[in-house]
Design a protein around this ligand. Structure first.
Ligand code: ME8
Length: 499
């Protein structure tokens, strides 16, 4: 029975163009979406931009244009990057979209009517880059001044009237979810949040900003002098995107299968705050919250503030296009351990795996099929290679179903290595009739290409066209189940990077 799969990325702050870190999350979510479409699931993929708040207000001021003009320009840039990277989202949500603004107002009104909101003063240290307050136990003191632990920038002292959300009332609920429910993946992150709640408790949080300080935001529905705190606005994008309030049928269809993909920097918001908001709104929790670690460079989280970003265009240029870039991002995708990117490791995976193991095999089998058989290949599948293919597919499906994309890539490469070894052992170039051998290799190439399709969709389609097959659900057409091949050409897929 086909399932359903709804996947989201964080909605990014469009104060600047996306970099390798944003591509890391977005490509990963795209791979999950493409995989689920491939196996026949009814899939919906949401990404977008988080456009309100002080950070955007200031970015626009710096450019001397209105916030709306600024975010319009930046949302367009985001879409261009995702197009170049072949991101197959179904909706690009912007928090300035009218349906979203309606959802936010409706949701906050609901919290208000339920008595979960009250007015009081707030004083604290604020990081505009994070759009959040930091407590004394959390910030770093540099030269006697409080600094953001992530951005290392001085915090700003804020003292003002605000509205609080009664987060403290949800403590038992959150503890129960984190302790007993399989929502957070990997579970280590649930334990991390649990530890923090146990150590610090859960205090009520400010959910509004005075309009005279932060004007760029959605107006609080029950007090026109305030705008909604950007995180309360942003988190709700996930329900808006699924049709909440506007398309009940769509919401019923996709919400139960929602998978949020996030970086570990925004874990607290997506567990404690988001789960409490959902509970308060009587909306079921997400099926999974899939958390990943950071890409670091020179030991620091890659980001604009650290000044160590790798540009998406540089990745694309170095690795021969979007597919090469997507591959190296997924090859090292990691949930728990930060990955420090070095050109040497990335280059070596690209050269040895994409160019040699995959590219050379495609080229060799294509050339031989043309030369020895005029392109028409029909034969019997080799049993041993078939076993290896089955094993690889099994490992691949298991990895994909547990969100482990880098192991799925490894399983695909294992199959290609087996196919290379089979080719070298059977030497089809020396045979007068190499139909069986070439067919066996082509089947392995077809299956591995299908498995890699979610990661390298462009190149996978190119191989399918050149060798004469289609990318279809591998569960329906396993090894040896493609009848025959009409090889058209033998493309050179990836050019090696020389030192
Ligand atoms: O936090 N390594 O937006 P944001 C890995 N608007 N992932 C990285 C990364 C790195 N070095 N740098 C960025 C926000 N990311 C909010 C989200 S959601 C309701 C609101 C990725 O533009 C990672 O997914 O700061 C991280 O969680 C996200 O970008 C933060 O993007």
């Amino acid at each position: 029975m086909p399932g359903r799969f709804y996947v989201t990325t964080p909605i990014y702050y469009p104060n600047d163009r996306p970099h390798m870190g944003h591509a890391y999350t977005t490509v990963y979510a795209d791979v999950l979406a493409r995989y689920h479409r491939l196996i026949g699931d009814d899939t919906f993929f949401l990404t977008g931009t988080d456009e309100h708040g002080l950070k955007l207000q200031r970015a626009a001021e710096k450019e001397g244009i209105s916030p709306k003009e600024f975010v319009d320009r930046m949302a367009k840039i985001y879409k261009e990057y995702w197009k170049i990277l072949n991101i197959s989202y179904d909706r690009f949500i912007r928090t300035t979209d009218p349906d979203h603004e309606e959802v936010v107002k409706y949701a906050l009104n609901t919290l208000y009517k339920k008595g979960l909101v009250y007015k009081d003063v707030y004083a604290g240290w604020y990081c505009v880059s994070c759009e959040r307050f930091y407590r004394a136990s959390e910030y770093e003191v540099i030269n006697g001044e409080p600094h953001c632990p992530i951005h290392k920038k001085p915090l700003e002292w804020v003292e003002e009237e605000t509205y609080y959300f009664k987060l403290s009332e949800f403590k038992d609920f959150i503890l129960d979810v984190l302790e007993n429910k399989e929502v957070v993946y990997p579970r280590d992150y649930a334990r991390e949040v649990l530890g923090r709640i146990r150590a610090e408790g859960l205090v009520d949080i400010s959910m509004a900003r005075p309009k005279d300080r932060v004007s760029w935001g959605i107006q609080l529905p029950f007090d026109p002098n305030f705008t909604v705190y950007v995180w309360f606005d942003a988190l709700l994008n996930y329900v808006t995107g699924a049709g909440y309030l506007h398309d009940e049928e769509k919401f019923r269809r996709y919400w139960p299968s929602v998978h949020h993909v996030i970086g570990k920097d925004i874990l607290w918001f997506h567990t404690v705050i988001w789960f409490s908001m959902l509970k308060a709104l009587d909306i079921p929790l997400p099926k999974r919250l899939i958390v990943h670690a950071f890409i670091t460079s020179r030991g620091l989280k890659m980001g604009k503030s650290a000044g160590n970003v790798v540009r998406i265009e540089d990745l694309i240029e170095r690795y021969g296009g979007a597919d090469g870039a997507r591959y190296i991002l997924m090859r090292y995708f990691s949930h728990l351990k930060d990955i420090d990117v070095s050109v040497e490791t990335l280059d070596s995976a690209y050269n040895s795996e994409l160019a040699d193991t995959y590219g050379n095999l495609v080229r060799r089998v294509g050339v031989l099929a043309k030369k020895k058989l005029g392109g028409r290949v029909e034969g019997k599948a080799d049993e041993t290679l078939g076993k290896a293919a089955e094993e690889a597919l099994k490992n691949y499906l298991k990895a994909m179903d547990s969100f482990d994309v880098s192991s799925a890539v490894t399983a695909s490469m294992d199959l290609l290595r087996e196919a290379n070894a089979y080719m070298n052992a059977t030497r089809p170039w020396e045979r007068s009739d190499p139909n069986n051998e070439l067919y066996s290799v082509l089947e392995a190439v077809r299956l591995a290409t299908t498995m890699l399709y979610p990661v390298i969709p462009g190149k996978a389609e190119e191989v399918a066209r050149a060798l004469g097959f289609e990318i279809v659900n591998p569960l329906e057409r396993g090894y040896g189940e493609w009848e025959s091949y009409d090889v058209v050409s033998a493309p050179i897929l990836f050019r090696k990077i020389s030192k």
